[in-house]
Design a protein around this ligand. Structure first.
Ligand SMILES: C[S@@+](CC[C@H](N)C(=O)[O-])C[C@H]1O[C@@H](n2cnc3c(N)ncnc32)[C@H](O)[C@@H]1O
Length: 260
């Protein structure tokens, strides 16, 4: 179409192209900021996460492993592998595990843990998932535990589509994560109310946590969780079959699907 000629929607094509270019640039900048924020944050938080917080996620990790089934015998990608809470147990059955993360300190912990267990099939890779490029059909299983809520929403969707391409037919994608919206559904409201009750009972420290968590949930600057139903839809839209989601505990849930 001639750039000066209005298209059927009324906007000249050149204006539309300029708008699209601007939006792409804005997404690239937002992505860079998000990755840099996560890298800094997890370099700082490696020890507190690995020495304390991750212990509470054992039921989620078990659920991810259970959903992985036989796919866990092949080539596996763990996205946001951290110190290896999921990557290391998977490596005990897998042929090879690519453990992807943006924090060197996390990956050092992971490498140490794999060595302690005598596992030589774990390959730590320091790269944001947003920049990973793999051969189509080269993986049997893609797993992730409590990492994908850090991605921008458009990158969650992009990741799921790319994951479908990276998997061999029959391969599985299994995501364990905090899956919650901003309080619009009854499910969200019940989970948020339960959490608030527990924190209220902890006194001033708990009240401060409520304020901090509410701020994070509303502003979505470091944590951008999505409801379980939205994850299920993303996997279905990307062509996964046998898609199912189940709540493990509170906001933690597991969503999985199989490549046709
Ligand atoms: C809450 S920790 C979970 C670590 C591990 N999966 C576990 O279960 O213990 C989140 C991890 O995701 C990593 N991460 C955050 N954004 C990432 C990104 N865009 N690409 C790859 N890793 C990322 C962080 O560096 C951090 O190690």
């Amino acid at each position: 179409m001639d750039a000066a000629m209005p298209d059927p929607a009324g906007a000249p094509a050149a204006t539309k192209a300029a708008k699209a270019a601007k939006a792409t640039k804005a997404t690239t900048v937002a992505r860079k900021v998000a990755v840099r924020t996560q890298r800094r944050r997890w370099q700082r938080r490696t020890d507190s996460w690995e020495d304390h917080a991750v212990a509470g996620l054992e039921p989620v990790i078990e659920a991810v492993l259970a959903e992985s089934g036989d796919s866990a015998r092949g080539v596996v990608l763990d996205v946001g592998a951290g110190g290896g809470a999921l990557a290391v147990p998977v490596a005990s059955t897998a042929q090879r595990v690519i453990a992807l993360d943006v924090s060197d300190r996390m990956l050092d912990r992971l490498a140490g843990r794999a060595e302690e267990e005598g596992l030589h099939n774990v390959e730590p890779v320091n790269r944001p998932i947003e920049e990973l490029d793999l051969r189509p059909g080269s993986l049997d299983l893609i797993v992730s535990n409590y990492a994908l809520h850090h991605l921008l929403d458009q990158d969650k969707s992009r990741f799921v589509h790319r994951a479908a391409a990276w998997l061999r037919p029959g391969g599985r994608l299994v995501i364990g994560d905090m899956m919650i919206g901003r309080g619009r559904s009854p499910d969200d409201r019940r989970i948020l109310a339960d959490k608030a009750r527990i924190m209220m009972a902890r006194g001033p420290a708990g009240w401060w946590r409520i304020v901090k968590n509410a701020w994070r949930l509303m502003t979505r600057t470091v944590e951008r969780p999505m409801p379980m139903e939205s994850w299920v839809r993303l996997l279905e839209d990307a062509g996964f079959v046998d898609v199912c989601g189940r709540r493990v505990v509170a906001e933690a849930a597991v969503v999985s699907g199989r490549r046709r």
